[in-house]
Write a protein that binds this ligand. Structure first.
Ligand code: PMP
Length: 301
């Protein structure tokens, strides 16, 4: 629908936002194949439905329908040759009373898209700071739910990191162990092994994390260890990287003033992983075509 018509009543904004769930999906232009691909669309839509289910919200669409709607939306976009970001989200329909005590409450679904250029292979790096705001307790608000209300904590961490001269925060949980950043997961490399906080540390079950760890094992023959990670392990790591749909593979060169590697450029393992991810999402390789949904060009209008 036209942008101006996509409105929600003012009385719905507050309460509907509390339980609203969303996804961030990347679609990549493949110069090799001359086509845009949605990346792991089905997995993202399933996670959206899972988040809504845990919020007691009931959309009338299944994952297949949501993938089809996304492909239709992307096909209508005229900027061919560009990477696009997709944000599907769902929120409680009805009055604020139904929104606050949802049970079988119908959910509205909106899917938006905008240009979002990949930064893979550009030599991008970042600096990190352990957040003075701890991560929210996953026992009180599950980290596996991608709901907007979980992002308030992330916002505070972003402000805190920037105030201390770093790009992104790293959150610790109640036990003082590492969880994730504000919109991405984290892993470190030590002695050629990849180590990452396990899901029960309080981490979103990231689709990029799953993708990269599979590629690390398949393509680079590396071992991935998911377990509680202590803060000090960050300071003594050989390499650290963030990972997520928007972050893609983002190498860190410093954490709380501790330099990683030469303190300027990405480490060897991170660079190799970034290259594998690039080749996968850009469809340079056909090894994981099951993760790519081609978007047919829109019919001429
Ligand atoms: N953690 C948080 C808090 C996030 O918002 C995201 C981005 N969705 C991630 C991790 C990475 O998840 P994914 O790889 O599925 O984008």
């Amino acid at each position: 629908m036209p942008w101006e018509e996509a409105t929600v009543h003012i009385s719905s904004v507050g309460h509907a936002s509390v339980s609203a769930a969303f996804e961030g999906v990347h679609s990549y232009w493949s110069a090799e194949r001359g086509v845009l691909h949605g990346f792991r669309l089905r997995d993202h839509m399933q996670r959206l439905l899972d988040s809504l289910r845990l919020s007691w919200l009931e959309p009338e669409f299944d994952a297949v329908a949501l993938v089809a709607a996304t492909v239709e939306l992307l096909a209508s976009w005229e900027a061919s040759g560009k990477d696009l970001y997709v944000r599907p989200w769902g929120f409680a329909a009805g009055t604020h009373k139904e929104q606050m005590v949802p049970r079988g409450t119908p959910a509205e679904i909106a899917i938006e898209t905008w240009e979002f250029e990949s930064k893979l292979g550009r030599g991008r790096t970042c600096t990190l700071a352990v957040s003075s705001w701890p991560r929210f307790n996953p026992g009180a608000s599950p980290a596996s739910m991608k709901v907007f209300s979980n992002y308030h904590n992330g916002r505070l961490g972003n402000v805190d990191a920037r105030a201390r001269g770093a790009d992104w925060p790293v959150f610790l949980n109640g036990a003082g162990n590492v969880t994730e950043s504000s919109g991405s997961c984290i892993a470190l490399v030590k002695g050629g092994r990849i180590i990452t906080p396990d899901l029960s540390s309080g981490v979103l079950d990231s689709i990029t994390r799953k993708t990269l760890f599979q590629l690390a094992e398949e393509e680079l023959g590396l071992t991935v260890e998911a377990r509680p990670v202590e803060r000090t392990e960050l300071y003594l790591a050989d390499e650290i990287f963030l990972m997520g749909t928007a972050a893609e593979v983002l190498p860190a060169v410093e954490v709380d003033g501790f330099r990683l590697g030469d303190g300027k450029t990405a480490g060897e393992v991170t660079r190799a992983l970034e290259a594998c991810y690039h080749d996968t999402v850009r469809a340079v390789t056909a090894k994981h075509d099951e993760w790519l949904t081609p978007v047919p060009a829109a019919p001429a209008r």
